[in-house]
Design a protein around this ligand. Structure first.
Ligand code: H2B
Length: 116
């Protein structure tokens, strides 16, 4: 199967499917370092990446932003000195879509290009 990070996001509409519990088991195995969280009743994927300084943290943030613009799917990003917290969910369905797992995998691939 094609790795998640190489997939592209599908256009998302309010009737787009949420991932099923069955799909989540397989998808999660490809993004083992992400946490499932819930904010305001909305399930989300979240991971905090560590960096040696602010400069690399903001550069990583901008790279994730560029990937988001390319795919038309956008994260919440919190940039701090030495760390960036990335949160993915699908606004259109107030939940998790396959797109969120694709973007989490892409975010991991971007992080691999930065010093830790
Ligand atoms: C019209 C536009 O593509 C939509 O509003 C997109 C933009 N980026 C998005 N990003 C995320 N994370 N969820 C969405 O539902 C979403 N919708």
């Amino acid at each position: 199967m094609e790795p998640l990070a190489k997939e592209s996001c599908a256009a998302c509409r309010p009737n787009s499917p949420r991932v099923t519990a069955y799909e989540i088991v397989n998808l999660k195995s490809q993004i083992p370092d992400w946490d499932f969280i819930e904010k305001n009743g909305i399930p989300q994927l979240e991971r905090t990446y560590k960096f040696p300084d602010f400069k690399s943290a903001i550069a990583f943030t901008n790279s994730v932003g560029e990937a988001a613009e390319t795919e038309g799917h956008h994260p919440a990003l919190l940039t701090e000195w030495g760390k960036v917290t990335v949160t993915w969910w699908t606004h259109a369905i107030s939940g998790l879509h396959r797109n969120d797992f694709i973007m989490a995998a892409k975010t991991d691939a971007i992080a691999n290009q930065f010093p830790t």
